[in-house]
Write a protein that binds this ligand. Structure first.
Ligand SMILES: C[S@@+](CC[C@H](N)C(=O)[O-])C[C@H]1O[C@@H](n2cnc3c(N)ncnc32)[C@H](O)[C@@H]1O
Length: 287
């Protein structure tokens, strides 16, 4: 029996939240419980562990119960806390934007590598910017670049603008609302993380995905509608000697390579693997 005074301690609240999430079938319930308790207490997870005796006020316990029941209904944790870390940078997120994925860090790494190898290249387009995650990570790492962060969603662009301001990058990243590359100025490098979920994947997708914007996920029946259309527009936008980096589903990689070779028969096209060892990014290097 837990003494009454201890029932409001972080230790006990953590245990009961973890039990409630595990009962609801949430994988890694312990981790989510830690994140949520730390969030309501405004402390780091490390601090939560070093001070488990810390007490939650009544409003904090109410907030925790609300968050835990939304998590039990499969709302993704970043939408509950309003934050997500990407490439070491903290971003504000909401259901207006896709939650940035770890696999997209490969897009950032390849962009940084390419820009460092081409120091005269300054004009970058982040196509389908969402929260601004990719643009921000690249701009932070490569000080000479100017980035146009494009998206068709006005709500996503507002979130990107919030994050760009949060990271003090307003002078180097501008947001532009537009359909793919229509009306885009010339660029040395295009980074594209467009929606690529196919109809088949959509029909079996995990419950969490229903909370993310369909506009950020659905790529048409074969998942390639947006990538195909962007590749058709890109030859008018990418400067000679420039490059494109395109994130895709591993199962689409060969088709994206063929599409790119169809537009640029002389380009050097390579496939790059994410940390899970899966084909994830196609690089198209123009001559
Ligand atoms: C997979 S999300 C990527 C978001 C972000 N780059 C990231 O890595 O977290 C795709 C983004 O493409 C945008 N998008 C969808 N259709 C578009 C279009 N026709 N033109 C421009 N952006 C589009 C969506 O609004 C969404 O923000």
């Amino acid at each position: 029996m837990v003494p009454a005074a201890d029932r409001v301690s972080a230790r006990v609240q953590l245990a009961s939240t973890r039990a409630a999430l595990a009962k609801a079938g949430i994988p890694y319930a312990w981790l989510d419980a830690e994140i949520l308790v730390a969030h309501v207490l405004h402390v780091s997870r490390e601090r939560l562990h070093s001070h488990p005796e810390r007490r939650l006020t009544q409003p904090q316990r109410r907030q925790l119960r609300r968050l835990a029941s939304r998590r039990a209904a499969r709302v993704p944790v970043p939408y509950l806390t309003g934050e997500r870390e990407f490439y070491g940078h903290m971003l504000t997120v909401s259901p207006a934007v896709l939650i940035p994925r770890p696999e997209s860090e490969l897009l950032v790494e390849l962009a940084i590598e390419w820009l460092n190898a081409h120091p005269a290249a300054r004009r970058v387009i982040d196509l389908g910017t969402g929260s601004g995650a990719v643009a921000i990570a690249v701009a932070k790492a490569v000080p000479q670049v100017r980035i146009v962060a494009r998206d068709v969603s006005a709500r996503a662009l507002r979130m990107a603008a919030t994050n760009i301001a949060r990271h003090r990058l307003r002078r180097r990243i501008v947001t532009v609302r537009g359909d793919l590359l229509r009306g885009a100025g010339p660029a040395d490098l295009i980074l594209a993380n467009l929606p690529y979920i196919s109809g088949k994947q959509r029909r079996v997708r995990p419950k969490e995905l229903k909370y993310e914007p369909a506009l950020a996920l659905d790529g048409g029946e074969d998942g390639l509608d947006l990538i195909r259309a962007a590749l058709a527009q890109a030859p008018a936008v990418v400067a000679p000697g420039g490059a494109l980096l395109i994130e895709c589903d591993p199962a689409q990689a060969r088709r994206v390579v063929r599409l790119a070779q169809g537009h640029w028969p002389l380009a050097e096209v390579s496939v790059h693997k994410d940390l899970a060892g899966r084909d994830r990014v196609i690089r198209v290097q123009l001559g």
